[in-house]
Write a protein of this length. Structure first.
Length: 160
């Protein structure tokens, strides 16, 4: 039994939720933790970072077979930094990637579970808070066969 499974079974509150938000249009990566104090931890790649204490709320995706795995999180945008970064990513039309990790407070040397790596779908801003939705690769709505036989690809189709 893993340490995370023990915490889940015992009903402990030792789990710390973190977000890594990155975009090529930004000059830095945001590291946020759902806590009142900064949290220094090591990622799965061995990089030690300081997650900044933030008023964030995370709604994990349902673990089912629907194919719609969406992570929703809310950032309290008191300083306006999140709005500035989102505006910069919109202007550059760059992809915002989000990595959600769970750590155990007693074991900051590695994530307690495999990280969720997602791409932002969009978000809304309501007053001082920003709500962002992100999701996995959408396998259900992906077209198949990926090589589409159109008249651009196969000009002879115009005669059929």
């Amino acid at each position: 039994m893993t340490a995370l499974e023990v915490v889940y079974a015992s009903g402990g509150d030792d789990i710390i939720s973190t977000l890594e938000i990155a975009c090529p249009a930004w000059n830095k990566t945001l590291y946020l933790v759902q806590d009142f104090e900064d949290f220094r931890a090591t990622t799965e790649a061995g990089k030690t970072v300081t997650f900044l204490a933030s008023a964030i709320d995370v709604a994990l995706p349902a673990k089912d077979n629907t194919g719609a795995q969406t992570l929703t999180f809310v950032i309290d945008n008191v300083t306006g930094e999140a709005q500035q970064l989102l505006d910069a990513s919109l202007v550059a039309e760059a992809r915002v990637t989000i990595v959600y990790r769970e750590y155990l407070f007693t074991v900051p040397g590695e994530p307690a579970d495999r990280p969720y790596r997602m791409t932002s779908f969009g978000g809304t801003m309501d007053g001082p808070t920003i709500q962002v939705e992100a999701g996995y690769y959408d396998l259900i709505n992906m077209m198949w066969n990926r090589a589409r036989y159109t008249t651009d690809f196969a000009p002879g189709l115009t005669y059929l």
